[in-house]
Design a protein around this ligand. Structure first.
Ligand code: NAD
Length: 308
């Protein structure tokens, strides 16, 4: 069966940090498929220092050369995120798709991490995405259409040495996506989180060349475009992707243990005695946590647990 081509004609897309790396790859493909793109990039260093208009300009030039439509924006997401959304409104009259992608790194072990290093990373990734979402949200509510991608990271999902700041921000982006997905549900706004691994200046000094070779940023693009196409209703989901592998992630809960709430019995020793049951993932019937978690899930659990 030949499937239809997923086009983005007349859709207005904001991609933060799209002057290079993954963001640039998204911008080129959206534009190729007819979208009007705001190419935002502060143009600073990997650590967040400095700024330059060049990064965004080069991408816009390339899009225009290929016959596409794009406008450059150089605002910092965490300082003037609202102005980036305003640029979409001023130039194209609306905003349909927002890809929160801008980011920096300040890797250092937690023992040596300064408050400034922690805050700077959280500020760009998490507060930056907040500012963009906050400014785009009223337009999406009004037009009853919106797609948002928050860029998380395996470091946020699993932790990574030297990245307490980054992983805190990245898991924050997952939580924000899950809540906005619920609040946007009735308004036809879909929100998802992706945790990619790709070759870029973020990884080129960390991973060996033979691995990097397989991690072209273009391999992340198809899922982002699929998730944000108007024909797709996927929301409230987390995807992990790298080198052509795409998989969905979900939370898992152990079968758990109900304790007698009487303070006489509800003691640390009671937990000690039942620790194995608290942490037992073997019973598959308990494990798939549905979204959104309803009170009835807990009721179900209690009923099942009482039968044990
Ligand atoms: P990258 O450094 O090439 O891209 C990040 C871009 O964000 C840069 O162009 C940078 O100038 C821009 N930027 C930084 N601070 C900004 C600010 N305040 N305002 C506007 N723009 C700003 O790296 P990348 O690998 O393409 O990263 C893209 C996203 O993917 C990031 O959020 C990153 O954390 C995430 N990510 C990447 C990987 C990977 O393997 N490359 C893994 C997990 C998550």
């Amino acid at each position: 069966m030949v499937s239809e081509k997923l086009l983005f004609k007349d859709k207005v897309v904001i991609i933060t940090g799209s002057g290079g790396g993954l963001g640039k790859a998204y911008a080129l493909e959206y534009a190729k498929r007819g979208a009007k793109v705001i190419v935002n990039d502060l143009g600073g260093t990997l650590g967040g220092g400095g700024s330059s208009s060049r990064a965004a300009d080069v991408v816009v030039e390339e899009i225009k050369k290929n016959g596409g439509i794009a406008v450059a924006n150089y605002d910092s997401v965490n300082v003037h995120g609202d102005k980036i959304v305003q640029a979409a409104i001023d130039n194209f009259g609306r905003v349909d798709i927002l890809v929160n992608n801008a980011g920096i790194l300040r890797d250092v072990s937690f023992a040596k991490m300064t408050e400034n290093e922690f805050n700077a990373v959280v500020d760009v990734h998490l507060n930056g995405a907040y500012k963009l979402c906050k400014a785009a949200w009223p337009y999406m509510l009004d037009q009853k259409f919106g797609k948002i991608i928050n860029t998380a990271s395996p470091a946020g999902l699993y932790g990574n040495y030297g990245q307490a700041n980054y992983s805190a921000a990245k898991l924050g982006l997952v939580g924000m996506a899950e809540t906005l997905a619920k609040e946007g549900f009735r308004h036809n706004i879909q929100v998802n989180a992706i945790a990619p691994l790709a070759r870029s200046r973020m990884t080129e000094n960390v991973l060996p060349p033979h691995i990097l070779k397989q991690l072209g940023p273009e391999k992340i693009v198809p899922l982002v475009l699929y998730l944000t196409h108007e024909s797709t209703n996927v929301t409230n989901s987390i995807f992990e992707l790298a080198g052509g592998f795409y998989g969905q992630l979900r939370w898992e809960r152990s079968s758990g243990q109900i304790f007698n709430p009487n303070p006489k019995f509800f003691t640390p020793e009671a937990i000690l005695n039942k620790w194995k049951a608290v942490t037992d993932f073997k019973d598959k019937s308990f494990n798939e946590v549905q979204h959104p978690i309803q009170l009835s899930d807990y009721n179900d659990l209690i009923v099942k647990a009482k039968k044990l």
